[in-house]
Design a protein around this ligand. Structure first.
Ligand code: CAA
Length: 382
């Protein structure tokens, strides 16, 4: 659903201009420095990108799902690390509070998350609990009016930048599965909370992940999301439903960029006396990529519209994430292939993007987890 097409198109044009005039020209700089320059973060703040999906009453833009995915596609025409800086905040870093938070929690955190004054991060994964998220071991032991958190979270996007974390921890200490898990809002400066050094990753330079360590971190009882124990795993899954659809949109944006890079190169590069774009084997790679991007784009938009109509899209989000993340992997591979040796060189955007997009088949649920979610829904007859 697009609430006001005229206003929305103006914003989308502004995002596209930002992408072409400011973000793409500075991708190399971001890769070299492993940092998004402060002036770009400031520009993204001014445009409201940190609060895209936070309700308007809390200072965000209150985007519908369709508006959100179209914006992510446009933004991810530039390196996906720019989206990661804002998207993790407006997405998994804030949505636990948006979806399940109490009125007081929303009032306390959402306005500052919406402006980008503080960055939110989502702390689910642990050293021994990745795909089997319900088996997490971080504990939250009740002690009077407080909970005491102990444990380690791993690969937490934006942890070095974060001011507030949504932390899934076990409140039923006897339990071993999803039922004993609760979600907490934990502020960065809480004593006992520390962030490890930034991870050295295959790609996505400029977007940071790190361990978050909880050593007897005391948080007030009021920081449990929704005020009720045992709901944290469901909160995390609801957040991921939304996030997975958005990652599918991110994949579409990145694939469109990769294909444009490949097409431009194919038209310029001469071999056997003519541009390689005139050879049918190259055309086949371009055409397959175009068709697959169109399919992914259509899936994402259909699922987003369904969500805006109030229908649960758990299965559709997994279908879109599975297809789009695998699709962008194939498109990236073809883009490198079309570039030949030039695509293997670090000076080439497709070499960098090839490594960046590999992440999309892994995070926010691997392709195999998406298959599992889809099959479970099919077997249940949903
Ligand atoms: N919405 C609401 N509730 C949901 C739900 C959803 N989408 N999915 C599950 N639930 C509920 C179930 O109904 C069930 O409730 P009841 O007990 O009341 O019946 C409860 O949650 C437990 O569900 P399951 O039995 O299905 O749980 P499971 O242990 O079998 O796990 C899983 C299911 C799909 C495998 C899940 O563990 C999963 O998604 N794993 C992947 C984790 C993941 O995506 N991690 C990514 C971390 S974030 C990230 O990567 C980004 C970053 O940068 C940090």
């Amino acid at each position: 659903m697009i609430r006001d097409p005229e206003t929305f198109n103006i914003l989308l044009d502004t995002v596209s201009r930002l992408v072409r005039e400011k973000l793409i020209p500075r991708e190399e700089e971001v890769t070299e420095a492993d940092e998004i320059p402060a002036d770009i973060v400031a520009d993204m703040r001014t445009m409201g990108l940190f609060g895209l999906t936070i309700p308007e009453e809390y200072g965000g833009l209150g985007f519908t799902s369709e508006e959100e995915v179209l914006t992510s596609m446009a933004l991810c025409y530039a390196s996906p690390v720019f989206r990661s800086r804002v998207g993790t905040n407006t997405g998994i870093g804030a949505q636990g509070i948006v979806i399940d938070g109490t009125a007081e929690q929303k009032q306390k955190y959402l306005p500052r998350l919406a402006t980008g004054e503080i960055t939110g991060a989502f702390a689910l994964t642990e050293p021994e609990s990745g795909s089997d998220a319900g088996s997490l071991k971080t504990t939250a032991r009740r002690d009077g009016d407080y909970y005491v958190l102990n444990g380690t979270k791993r690969y937490i996007t934006n942890a070095p930048e974060a001011g507030v974390f949504t932390v899934m921890a076990r409140t039923d200490l006897q339990s071993k599965d999803a039922k004993g898990v609760s979600a907490f809002i934990v502020e960065r400066n809480t004593p006992g909370l520390s962030v490890g050094p930034a991870d050295r990753k295959m790609g996505q330079r400029g977007s940071h992940t790190a361990d978050v360590i909880f050593d007897n971190v005391r948080v007030p009882v009021s920081s449990i999301i929704g005020g009720k124990e045992g709901q944290g795993f469901k909160t995390a899954m609801k957040v991921l439903d939304k996030a997975r659809l958005n990652i599918a949109a991110v994949c579409v944006g990145a694939a469109e960029r990769l294909l444009d890079e490949a097409l431009r190169y194919a038209k310029e590069r001469q071999q056997f006396g003519k541009p390689i774009a005139e050879f049918q084997l190259v055309q086949a790679m371009l055409a397959d990529s175009k068709a697959e991007i169109y399919a992914a784009r259509s899936m994402v938009l259909e699922a987003a519209r369904k969500k805006d109509n109030g229908t649960s899209i758990t299965m559709e989000a997994s279908c879109a994430k599975l297809f789009a993340s695998e699709m962008v992997g194939r498109v990236a591979d073809r883009a490198v292939q079309i570039h030949g040796g030039a695509g293997y060189m670090q000076a080439s955007a497709v070499e960098r993007l090839y490594r960046d997009v590999r992440l999309f088949r892994l995070f926010e649920g691997t392709s195999q987890i998406q298959q599992l979610v889809i099959a479970r829904h099919m077997l249940r007859g949903d």
